[in-house]
Design a protein around this ligand. Structure first.
Ligand code: NAP
Length: 485
């Protein structure tokens, strides 16, 4: 078990290379969701500390932007190595504050390292263009330059990798960053400060600050030194941040909520579909933005799919994330459990039937039984609201067009999944679904090499892939005239 004295668990903020407390000395408690015990505290910082962090980032930017791409790549590779050297301890820290099973936490930390390595490589490929000129004596250059200080705000469900997706491309592009992790899971975020120091990244390039979300968020969105806001979290807060960032016309990237549909057609491989469904539904106790929120299953395969999914769901082992073999941890807090209960009560009052689970787990606290409900219908709240818990609602359909229409009938557009053995249908449905990420016969598709991001109210911008760097650079057109050619 990780000790509080572990060098990775910091109860201080990281500003300009120094570990500091809040000006007022105020702190916020951090609770282990599996035991409800307090693990420690972190500073409750506000506007003044946020401003100092932005100024430190702006100072550091003046020299960081001039480093060569190769030098930045070397430092990012060292950051990758520092993460992997500490993978086990970082994963334990993550489980303690977030609750997910240890194997998932190790996977998340590995994914963080993978993003950093990917952007170490991409830093050397931020190409510009030389464009054919319409003038004989002038030349046209298009360059890519780091945008400046980046403000990053991240959620509690992936406290390590959501920061990796922002710190990686920001540093690769030559930007500096001020990051605010979620208050419920700040230690994985603060650990980025320790790792940055271990890797030899200059002071002020990475700054991590905890505390009042609105005070820090207001400073990040309103301070003119910050040139970009990158946010992962709810659509509601994302919209608020976009409004605030508009005052100084900052570039914004938004990774927001989802309402993923999972379609199973009659011609699908039912065992493969069930395995994909379990992974796409119950990972992180259903608390991911790409988790399936609605299953649509065709008449001919409905009974077989439901029977097998119910069986697989009933076998999932629930418990504290650090216990051996656990596949599902607690929900993040009591509020999350109440939201799941509310949505379940709404669904059952409108005709849904509970096939397995459906209530708090005997372990107590915020543990909830992995659940499947059948006979779901569009007038239920789960049709549009993110469940963010381990509940799989199953809708029945008969026609392909009907399934695609119901899948698209939402303001969200992040991830979707479908299972079919028919190639023509695969292309028709893939092209018909209005989503940023599509899994065809696959339930877990996130990887650093591919651009991750939503459409519609699920967000703007991409994280990962070569596209991920675009959000961190300014494109500049240079016209060189008078060449006398
Ligand atoms: P949230 O309530 O929006 O919080 C996310 C972050 O925003 C936290 O750091 C929070 O700080 C901060 N925040 C809250 N109010 C703020 C304000 N007024 N100004 C500035 N910052 C503010 O979301 P969550 O409940 O933590 O995360 C779950 C949501 O994230 C879900 O909707 C999920 O789908 C989405 N998500 C999306 C992606 C994606 O890539 N699209 C990935 C993961 C999660 P405090 O913690 O201090 O309140």
């Amino acid at each position: 078990m990780l000790k509080k004295t572990s060098h990775l668990m910091r109860e201080a903020n990281f500003i300009g290379g120094a570990w500091v407390g809040a000006d007022s000395g105020a702190t916020v408690e951090v609770v282990n969701p599996a035991t409800r015990e307090t693990i420690g505290t972190v500073p409750k910082c506000g506007q003044a500390e946020a401003r100092r962090a932005i100024e430190a980032a702006e100072n550091a930017f003046q020299s960081w932007k001039k480093t060569s791409a190769n030098d930045r790549a070397v430092l990012l590779r060292r950051l990758h190595d520092a993460i992997m050297d500490n993978q086990d301890a970082l994963a334990e820290l993550l489980v303690m504050e977030q609750g997910k099973p240890l194997a998932e936490a190790k996977g998340e930390v590995g994914m963080s390292a993978a993003y950093v390595l990917w952007y170490a490589e991409e830093s050397r490929r931020i190409y510009g263009d030389i464009v054919p000129s319409p003038w004989a004596d002038r030349r046209i250059l298009v360059t890519k330059e780091p945008i400046g200080v980046v403000g990053a705000i991240t959620p509690w469900n992936f406290p390590s990798s959501m920061l990796a997706r922002k710190i990686g491309p920001a540093l690769a592009a030559g930007c500096t960053i001020v990051a605010k992790p979620a208050s419920q899971t700040p230690y994985s975020g603060l650990a980025w400060g320790v790792l940055a120091q271990e890797a030899g990244i200059p002071d002020g390039v990475v700054n991590i600050i905890t505390g009042s979300a609105s005070a820090i968020g207001d400073e990040l969105t309103e301070n003119p030194l910050v040139r970009k806001i990158t946010f992962t979290g709810s659509t509601e807060i994302g919209k608020l941040l976009m409004q605030k960032a508009s005052g100084t016309v900052k570039k914004v990237s938004m990774e927001l909520g989802g309402n993923a549909p999972f379609l199973v057609f009659d011609d699908a491989d039912v065992d493969r579909a069930v395995a994909g469904a379990v992974a796409a539904k119950y990972r992180n106790s259903g608390q991911t933005c790409v988790c399936t929120n609605r299953f649509f299953v065709q008449d001919g395969i409905y009974d077989r799919f439901v029977e097998k999914l119910v069986e697989a769901t009933g076998e999932l082992k629930v418990g504290p994330g650090l216990d051996d073999g656990v596949q599902q941890g607690p929900l993040i807090d009591e509020g999350a459990v109440e939201k799941v209960e509310e949505l379940l009560a709404d669904a059952t009052s409108k005709g849904a039937r509970i096939a397995v689970g459906g209530k708090r787990h005997a372990l107590g606290g915020s543990f909830f039984e992995p659940t499947v409900i059948t006979d779901a219908s569009p007038q239920m709240r789960i049709m549009e609201e993110e469940i963010f818990g381990p509940v799989a609602p199953i809708f029945r359909f008969s026609q392909e067009e009907e399934a695609v229409r119901m899948a698209n009938d939402t303001s969200f557009g992040l991830a979707c999944y479908f299972y079919t053995g028919d190639l023509g249908r695969a292309f028709r449905v893939m092209e018909g679904l209005k989503y940023g990420l599509v899994g065809v016969n696959e339930g877990v598709i996130t990887t650093v090499e591919a651009p991750f991001g939503g459409l519609k109210e699920s967000g703007l911008g991409k994280e990962g892939g070569y596209q991920g760097i675009d959000d961190y650079v300014d494109t500049k057109y240079v016209c060189i005239g008078g060449l006398g050619l």
